[in-house]
Design a protein around this ligand. Sequence first.
Ligand SMILES: [Zn+2]
Length: 372
Amino acid sequence: MVNKNRLIDEFIRLVQIDSESGNERAICDFLKEKLSSLGLDVVEDCSAAFTKHSAGNLIATYTGSIADAPTIYFTSHMDTVAPGKKVKPSILGDYIVTDGTTILGSDDKAGIAAIVEGIRLLRELNIPHGNLQFVFTVGEESGLVGARHLDKSLMEAEYGFAFDAGGQVGEIITSAPAQVKIEAEIHGKAAHAGSSPEAGISAIQVASQAISKMKLGRIDAETTANIGMFQGGIATNVVPEYVKIFAEARSRDEKKLVHQVEEMVMAFELTAKQMGAKAEVETKSLYPGYFFTEEDLVVQKAIAGVKKVGRTPHLGVSGGGSDANVLAGYGIPTVNLSIGYENIHTTNERMSIPELVKAAELVVALVEESAH
Ligand SMILES: [Zn+2]
């Protein structure tokens, strides 16, 4: 069913288009033309005005023949991490690999290639389907910025699937954590460390005391927290007046996340107060979490699609966020699906050809399963 050579060619063409985060113009134009030529209505949203990336997100709509079928959508991202310029892919056995100097970009061009092949198959085989939407985002790797600025008014889909997870085709990521960033500034008081240390309040000591009161690392199965950066101080002979701490917390349980963040903020604020310093703490929700179960239609359809391509469905959870978090946060139930890419974000990244073929089959299977 899948035209394997065509799929491989498409993938190889896609990974040779430079598209490190921020520089998605070329791949955006390439896909615009491709999807238009396949008969889809393609719109580039205005997100570039906010993200400052060189392109916006693409939202392509494929009108279906089954009027009462729900509109569903697929998404993958156009950008890659660095080093992702001048990728030189080659085929090594069952894999597509790089020359070892760059990433491959199968994260997430494997998703794009699978989706494009799926669209071609739907057309060629005259497979009946409802309205379909395809969302190709910018800036997934730079903080999900494309998805976060997506023009939601262009979305009609009731639910959908992100093709952006490692692991064998058949894995369904039903849940992923929300993430909150925490930035704490501690203002103490400078003094000479040798002649009058008692006149100072060490911001570093305040921060370290506060941090020592926090639960960090793995909090429980669903929750994690980390102090990631610590900046401040001028010289060994000065009691440090100021430090800035950058931290994060994640949880797949919203209440636990709120609790964890509160505890961290309180530790900074109370400790600073007790020690005569001042803490200014800012928290920012980076992206929401999502949590679906087998009761949810999107999971049921994913399971049915996986079975249809002859794989055993495995439900899993993620420790990180992806565009699926953001789209699900818009009220469009979305699960992230494994597409078989390996060693992503390294120069050893590689793409399994059998998995790429399976991922393309899965696109068609999901469309068919969602049409009734
Ligand atoms: Zn990705």
